[in-house]
Write a protein that binds this ligand. Structure first.
Ligand SMILES: [Zn+2]
Length: 278
């Protein structure tokens, strides 16, 4: 494993696609679903550096409208990726497959399958780092790597966490650390998170790899029949379009959302903050 910072660079176009895909799944009720705020899943395309340290540039996103999407999970079809990869190959340079993006939708109050009630707010999401990979997300990286640089193999996961707050609060908008950026649009709070995984063969695993494997609470001992391990490596998220504080100066509407319903009031009607009326 290398100790250099691995970077994920997200273009303005890709950020636009990520927000659109994430918010559409969060705010709008989908066919055959009786709830709002479902997860979304997309493939990411762009360019990668041919030399180390690992650097990728995400320029395009293709949401998986065929994925089985629910509040707590999303499953995509393998055929769809194969089809998209062949299409991307025709377009050539700049259309390399980089990895996946999915969303983590959180409502203020959510009901579990057995009627249990969960409550979320921005503070809890920050404190418990719900914006980063879950153990299940990490597990899904065991499937083949997506980018090869020299002899090293990598995959990339980007997550957009979305939470509608009672009111707009943007005072904490900005970078939380090198791989997480917090920003808001109206009362919608979002966190953009990127993680690079280096796929290391079991024979080559170092002590540091083994310790870093546990970053998202997976126990490496439970995977002793695997040949290659996705090690979460130090990652730097770069997104110029977010600047240093996101969309702090931009007005936006307000989204009222509960388990089964949502109502969006547009910017013109909803934006009452002094700064945005100037
Ligand atoms: Zn996830």
């Amino acid at each position: 494993m290398t100790t250099d910072l691995h970077s994920v660079n997200i273009s303005k176009e890709a950020l636009f696609d990520i927000i659109l895909a994430g918010l559409e799944a969060y705010a709008i009720k989908h066919d055959g679903q009786d709830v709002v705020a479902i997860e979304t899943f997309a493939h990411m395309w762009g360019r990668t550096n041919k030399n180390l340290p690992f650097k990728c540039y995400v320029d395009h996103l293709t949401p998986e409208t065929s994925a089985a999407r629910t509040r707590g999970s999303v499953t995509a079809s393998d055929i769809s990726l194969e089809l998209k990869q062949d299409i991307a190959a025709i377009f050539g340079k700049g259309f390399e497959y980089i990895g996946t993006m999915h969303s983590h939708p959180y409502l203020k109050v959510e009901q579990g399958e057995k009627g249990e009630v969960y409550e979320y707010d921005a503070k809890t999401i920050r404190k418990k780092k719900f914006y980063q990979c879950s153990d299940t997300d990490h597990k899904s990286e065991f499937t083949s790597s997506t980018v090869t640089v020299g002899k090293r193999k990598y995959s990339v996961a980007v997550i957009l966490t979305v939470h509608a707050m009672d009111r707009a609060r943007d005072e904490l908008d900005g970078a939380i650390d090198e791989q997480v950026f917090e920003f808001s649009l109206g009362n919608l709070k979002m966190w953009l998170f990127a993680q690079v995984f280096e796929h290391v063969d079991s024979d080559d695993l170092t002590d540091q790899d083994v310790s870093e494997f546990g970053k998202f609470e997976l126990d490496i001992k439970k995977f002793d029949d695997e040949f290659t391990f996705p090690i979460p490596v130090s990652t730097k998220l770069n997104c110029e379009a977010l600047g240093t504080s996101g969309f702090l100066l931009d007005g936006f509407g307000r989204l009222k959302i509960s388990d089964k319903d949502s109502l969006y009031t547009n910017k013109k009607q909803a934006e009452k903050r002094f700064w945005h009326k100037m």
